[in-house]
Write a new protein. Structure first.
Length: 232
C-alpha cells in the first residue's frame, strides 16, 4: 500500500472528478424547517441566524450537492490523496454552514470558532496517519489566519444509540477528539461539544520544537567534542 499522501484544499470544480462516497453525504442538511422565533429562542447569534437561513435557501435551490454549496459559501474541505486517489476528507467552517447542528442539545457553539463537522478516511487507509495529517494541515491554516479555536460535536456509543447509527454517522468519536487535544466544553450523554484552543496548542508545539532543537544541539556538540581521557 502506498503510504505517501498529500493534502489539498478542494474547490467546487474538483468535486465531480473525485470518487468518495462521503462527498455525497447530506447529514448536515437541516431535516426540517424552523421559524425565526424558534431560532432566536435557541440563543442564535442574529447575524449567524441570517447567514444560516441564506445558506439553507441557497442549498435548497442549488442543483449541486450539499458539499458544493458548502464550499461556495466559504466552507473548508481538505482532501488527502494517495497518488490521484482521494482517500479522506476533512470538512469544517462557520457553524451556520451546518444547519442540522441547531437540533443538538449543545447548540450553539462559539461564533468565533471554526466548527469541525467531519473527518473521514477510507477504511483501508485508516491507522496510517491520514486523519492526523489532515488535522495538522487544518490547524496550521487556522493558526496562520489567527483563528484561536476549533469546536466539534463528538459522538458516544451507549444504550441510547444503535451501533449502525454510530458507525454511519459522520460525527467524530469523542475518544478521537480527546486524543487529539480537544476537551469537553458542553457535556451531553450522546453528543457533547468539544473544543481545541489553538493558541495553547501552538505554544506547546513551539516549546516541544525548542526542546528538540536543544537536544539535537547537545548531541551534535557531544559528537564533535569527544571526551578527553586523562593519563595517570
Amino acid at each position: 500500500m502506498n503510504l505517501n499522501f498529500t493534502i489539498k484544499n478542494l474547490s467546487p470544480g474538483q468535486l465531480d472528478s473525485i470518487k468518495l462516497k462521503c462527498l455525497g453525504c447530506n447529514y448536515w442538511c437541516a431535516s426540517r424547517r424552523t421559524d425565526i422565533l424558534d431560532d432566536i429562542s435557541r440563543n442564535f447569534n442574529m447575524w449567524g441566524m441570517i447567514k444560516s437561513k441564506f445558506f439553507e435557501f441557497r442549498n435548497s435551490v442549488s442543483r449541486k450537492n450539499f458539499i458544493y454549496s458548502f464550499i461556495v459559501s466559504g466552507g473548508i474541505v481538505k482532501a488527502a490523496f494517495s497518488g490521484k486517489k482521494c482517500i479522506g476528507i476533512l470538512m469544517a467552517g462557520k457553524y451556520y454552514l451546518f444547519p442540522r447542528l441547531k437540533y443538538f442539545n449543545i447548540f450553539p457553539p462559539d461564533n468565533e470558532s471554526i466548527f469541525l463537522g467531519c473527518l473521514y478516511v477510507e477504511p483501508e487507509y485508516r491507522n496510517l496517519g491520514v486523519g492526523k495529517k489532515l488535522m495538522i494541515s487544518f490547524e496550521k491554516d487556522l493558526i496562520q489566519n489567527k483563528i484561536k479555536s476549533i469546536e466539534s460535536v463528538g459522538k458516544r456509543l451507549n444504550d441510547d444509540m444503535e451501533l449502525e447509527e454510530y458507525v454511519n454517522s459522520p460525527i467524530i468519536p469523542v475518544k478521537y477528539l480527546v486524543k487529539n487535544g480537544f476537551y469537553i466544553k458542553k457535556n451531553d450523554a450522546l453528543f457533547p461539544l468539544l473544543r481545541l484552543d489553538l493558541s495553547a496548542l501552538s505554544i506547546n508545539r513551539e516549546f516541544l520544537k525548542g526542546r528538540l532543537a536543544f537536544k539535537n544541539l547537545v548531541l551534535e556538540r557531544t559528537v564533535k567534542s569527544p571526551v578527553s581521557i586523562k593519563k595517570n
